[in-house]
Design a protein around this ligand. Structure first.
Ligand SMILES: Cc1ncc(COP(=O)(O)O)c(C=O)c1O
Length: 358
């Protein structure tokens, strides 16, 4: 029987801490759809302040946060949004901006570092004179950290330059900041500086921050007013959400200071993995809490064989494809868990590569 569980599937798998559960049990609550939940107000005010924006709104998920932001910015049917071809909004959100929002996606290649080429972004903006044929560009979306690039950070300077392009063409800039706090800690730059050029940001409370549920979107007062109406339309208006917001307030206080240590553990794991025969990790590119571990061609290793072997030791991971596994560090992974994972993996790699001959 496996005694130890090391859950590296995602940073969304964390369990609420005792402090969170206590805060949830004693949270002051009221009807948030009517606008009276005091704990929700407190979280929204704090998030707006941290992010340097006028107002904030609690939403059930990052997906709904992104959808609401895109739809508020693109409130005219036939709008187009410029976004990365591997970004979360485009790949993993069921095409909601199109199917629900009526917004057309114009994708630009995401580079290995999660950026999009600035010339390509500007070149993708539709000429307003061609409106008989083209949708109208209204929005650019960035993702920071960029999950499909392995949690790479977009710098404040890069974001500013995209913001300048948006401004020059009368467009808005939205940031999917599901893990913007990880970016802030890794870059040593405050979150409000990182998102200064953005008109809206969606921040997940249930990823690196380790709260059980929810996201917050931030923007101007008038933007958040419209977002609130849309949240209700989409079924995201909830009543006594103070119980959820109380846990998020604890996460901000207790887990934000742990992100640096999460990133250190990620490096430790990445460096250890990279020393194993048949395994390749681009250690330099592991900037925050994610690791992509690749199996070299001809090594006999496959993602599924390794996943199976790790599972037998209580280590949970998700293969990205047949030769890549993604691992994500969060506040409930200890340094000892990292060493345990390395030793189990070393064993698994040896067993798969040097099977017993008799
Ligand atoms: C970068 C990014 N954006 C948005 C989301 C969506 O968040 P949710 O799962 O809360 O809908 C995720 C989820 O993992 C994500 O990684």
């Amino acid at each position: 029987m496996v005694m130890r569980i090391v859950d590296l599937r995602s940073d969304t798998v964390t369990r609420p801490t005792d402090a969170m559960r206590e805060a949830m049990a004693s949270a002051e609550v009221d009807d948030d759809v009517l606008g009276y939940d005091p704990t929700a107000r407190r979280l929204e005010e704090e998030m707006a302040k941290i992010m340097g924006k006028e107002a904030a709104l609690f939403v059930p998920s990052g997906t709904m946060g992104n959808l609401i932001c895109v739809m508020v910015h693109c409130d005219v049917r036939g709008s187009e949004v410029i976004l990365g071809d591997t970004c979360h909004i485009h790949v993993y959100e069921n095409g909601g901006i199109s199917t629900i929002g009526g917004v057309h996606p114009k994708t630009i290649k995401n580079e290995e570092d999660g950026t999009m080429d600035l010339v390509a972004i500007e070149g993708a903006i539709r000429d307003p004179k061609g409106s008989t044929f083209y949708p109208s560009t209204r929005l650019i979306c960035l993702e920071n950290t960029h999950a499909n690039s392995g949690g790479r950070c977009l710098s404040a300077e890069y974001t500013d330059r995209v913001g300048e392009i948006a401004k020059r063409h009368g467009l808005k800039l939205h940031i999917d900041g599901a893990r913007i706090f990880n970016a802030s800690v890794a870059l040593g730059v405050s979150v409000h500086r990182l998102v200064k050029a953005a008109d809206s940001v969606s921040v997940c409370l249930s990823k690196g921050l380790g709260a059980p549920i929810g996201s917050v979107i931030v923007g101007s007062q008038s933007f958040i007013e419209k977002a609130k109406t849309l949240r209700k339309t989409l079924g995201g208006g909830m009543r006594q959400i103070g119980v959820l917001c109380a846990a998020a307030l604890v996460a901000l206080q207790e887990n934000l200071p742990k992100l640096q240590s999460d990133h250190k553990k990620t490096k430790l794991l990445a460096e250890g993995l990279n020393k194993m025969k048949g395994i390749r990790v681009n250690v330099e590119a592991m900037e925050t809490n994610m690791i992509f571990m690749d199996m070299e061609d001809g090594s006999r290793l496959t993602a599924e064989k390794l996943r199976k072997s790790l599972t037998e030791h209580g280590i949970l991971v998700i293969p990205e494809n047949s030769s890549r596994i993604r691992m994500v560090i969060h506040h409930q992974i200890t340094t000892s868990d990292v060493h345990y994972t390395l030793s189990c993996l070393q064993q698994a790699v040896q067993t798969i590569q040097e099977p017993c001959q008799n």
